[in-house]
Design a protein around this ligand. Sequence first.
Ligand code: NAD
Ligand code: HJL
Length: 221
Amino acid sequence: MHVVVNAAMSADGKLSSRRREQIAISGEADFDRVDRLRADSDAVVVGVGTVLADDPHLTVKDETLREKRRESDRPANPARVVVDSSGRTPTDAAILDDAATTYVCLSEAASVERRAALADSAELVTAGEERVDLLRAFATLQEQGLEQVMVEGGGELIFSLFDAGLVDELRVFIGSKIIGGRDAPTLADGEGFVTEFPSLDLESVDRLDDGVVLTWRVADR
Ligand SMILES: NC(=O)c1ccc[n+]([C@@H]2O[C@H](COP(=O)([O-])OP(=O)(O)OC[C@H]3O[C@@H](n4cnc5c(N)ncnc54)[C@H](O)[C@@H]3O)[C@@H](O)[C@H]2O)c1
Ligand SMILES: Nc1nc(=O)c(N)c(NC[C@H](O)[C@H](O)[C@H](O)COP(=O)(O)O)[nH]1
């Protein structure tokens, strides 16, 4: 499995405002870049915090890219994956529509009622007692044939994926805004590392509109 984390952050490293409301950090050129990355992926992964904040659809927007996928015997859209310990994904969430297969990764903490509600429109994967055990959940996804995986946030999930050693590549658009706020989500939240810090090797720097896209490989992968 190859895991790429992608995000758009402000010049001060925030993914959204302290109200957790989506901010236009990047513009159309970056959304096109993200669309191409989705089209190259077998799955797009988000945390339930992102589903609750943004209600994303996570589909490929460009019809030409969807057609190319069909021509190579792939579904028009990549699978969608939500990491959601207790099954808080609302049953009317956009990612649960029939545009693509959706996996909801739960822990043992998810109730029978939430499982039943989600099982109608998603494939359920259970790993971990309280939180989702990401190593086990991703191993199950790989068994389902998901090899090229893209993660679209948010900061809690991204930190945990680095912590679990699951990230191969990081692509970040850094935009020309200051969002500020000590409680605003950043690229990697969670508990934070204190003794050992994942290291990155810079692969490319590309100017895009009034910002920059940095591509990093995770060192020693
Ligand atoms: N700018 C961007 O590119 C971008 C992209 C995505 C999200 N966002 C923003 O990020 C915010 C949401 O991020 P967030 O950090 O609150 O939530 P998140 O999307 O990272 O989801 C975190 C949640 O996932 C669940 N979870 C289960 N197992 C977990 C594990 N092992 N590790 C971590 N989480 C686990 C928990 O319920 C946890 O609260 C929103 O404000 C959204 O707008 C921005
Ligand atoms: N590239 C990018 N620039 C931004 O300025 C910004 N705020 C996001 N945020 C990512 C976020 O996850 C979006 O919610 C999804 O890109 C929505 O995906 P859909 O259109 O619903 O498929 N992404």
